[in-house]
Design a protein. Structure first.
Length: 399
């Protein structure tokens, strides 16, 4: 594994700000950036737990602490720090000096160029992200493994593949609990529902993994089982909806070493039993943008986020979106949006029919410019083709 850390400082690059569209709404953010004394640009709403505008791209120079905080041109990993603490980001399950990717200041986003941090960037893959506060880093420089790691997530990478992650103030702080993953499959823990806020990521067979919270309030934690298929470079998630699959967690002060360990899965079953009644909760729609303009992908009137965390595709990009349907299939109005939503292009089959989307199937949508008037929806085409159904058994065998 290549571990070129720390990186030499790169030229400071200001990225063009893009308006974020909140998932499930069509309300444009109107935050105006304000100058920040350390050379960065921070949204006026960038406070712990507040909305994060993409204009808040960190551009600070490296500081005397040896951590690089500036955004990196061409970076494919974007991390938004919505907490009130500066965070140092590592790759790998345990923080080490060789695994340092850099830092993200409180209230900022920044891009990481990880092409020289992994040895299979051209092929693609995934790794675990861990984050500790700058204060914790300074206290534990000589033994980073004992540092309090308040942030954990899984991120994918690959040539031309972008991924976005967010540090929430809710799941960091002075309360903690321990979690053990009994199975050989990664688990993403979510609060309150299978689609709730991401708490953290448990690698396969992780033992006594420490997770943190800002309060001692009890939370119902749902496991979402995450698979990465290296042969296709795709992510698949299984979301149990039964309360029997959950665990109620009561965080305790970090000074309390008697905190118990929570186990997942909640019941003692094998992988074959765990997934015996599991079906894919979504279809997997690969959208390829072959136009010269950026686009968004809509289900009805809702902008969808791709598996990489972005809600838009630039010219030439392709990403997978998860669309909830059912196993029998149902007609779903899918739309491609251009020019801020003023041009809407319906996704159709080759014959012009509305597609029937079935959970567990792969679909490909090819978006092309076929006319001469970019403000006319008839100048675009968005053709969907149904692929094969994903085989759960094959997927499990590729862990």
């Amino acid at each position: 594994m290549i571990t070129h850390k720390n990186k030499p400082s790169r030229p400071i690059t200001f990225l063009a700000a893009a308006t974020l569209i909140s998932l499930g709404t069509l309300l444009a953010c109107s935050n105006s950036p304000t100058d920040n004394d350390d050379g960065g640009t921070q949204s006026s709403s960038s406070v712990a737990g507040g909305d994060q505008s993409s204009s808040s791209i960190a551009v600070q120079s490296s500081s005397s602490d040896g951590i690089h905080w500036e955004t990196e041109a061409g970076g494919t990993l974007r991390i938004t720090n919505n907490s009130s603490k500066d965070m140092v980001i590592f790759k790998g399950q345990t923080p080490t000096s060789n695994g340092i990717l850099g830092g993200v200041h409180a209230g900022y986003s920044r891009d990481f160029d990880i092409s020289d941090d992994v040895d299979d960037f051209q092929i693609g893959g995934y790794f675990v992200l861990r984050g500790i506060t700058k204060e914790e880093y300074e206290k534990n420089k000589t033994n980073l493994a004992q540092a309090k790691a308040e942030y954990s997530a899984m991120a994918t990478y690959g040539q031309g593949k972008k991924f976005s992650a967010e540090i929430s103030p809710t799941w960091s702080g002075d309360y903690w609990y321990k979690v053990t993953n009994k199975k050989n499959v990664g688990i993403e823990l979510r609060a309150g529902s299978p689609d709730g806020e991401k708490i953290g990521y448990l690698p396969a067979l992780a033992t006594n993994y420490a997770l943190y919270a800002s309060t001692s309030d009890m939370q119902t934690v749902y496991p979402v089982y995450i698979f990465y298929n290296k042969s296709t470079q795709t992510i698949t998630s299984f979301k149990p909806t039964s309360l029997a699959a959950t665990q109620d967690v009561g965080p305790r002060p970090v000074t309390d070493n008697s905190v118990p360990t929570i186990l997942f899965p909640a019941t003692d079953v094998g992988l074959d039993q765990l997934f015996s009644n599991v079906t894919y909760p979504t279809a997997f729609v690969q959208v390829q943008n072959n136009t010269t303009r950026a686009l968004r992908f809509q289900k009805a009137t809702t902008y969808m986020k791709a598996q990489n965390g972005y809600d838009n595709l630039n010219s030439g990009e392709g990403q997978v979106f998860e669309i909830a349907s059912n196993e029998a299939g149902q007609q779903i109005a899918l739309t491609i949006s251009f020019l801020g939503g003023s041009v809407l292009v319906p996704v159709k089959l080759e014959g012009g029919e509305t597609p029937s989307i079935k959970n567990g199937y792969d679909y490909t949508v090819t978006v092309s410019y076929i006319g001469s008037d970019p403000e006319n929806s008839a100048s675009y085409s968005a053709v969907v083709v149904e692929g094969a159904k994903r085989d759960i058994t094959d997927l499990i065998e590729t862990l």
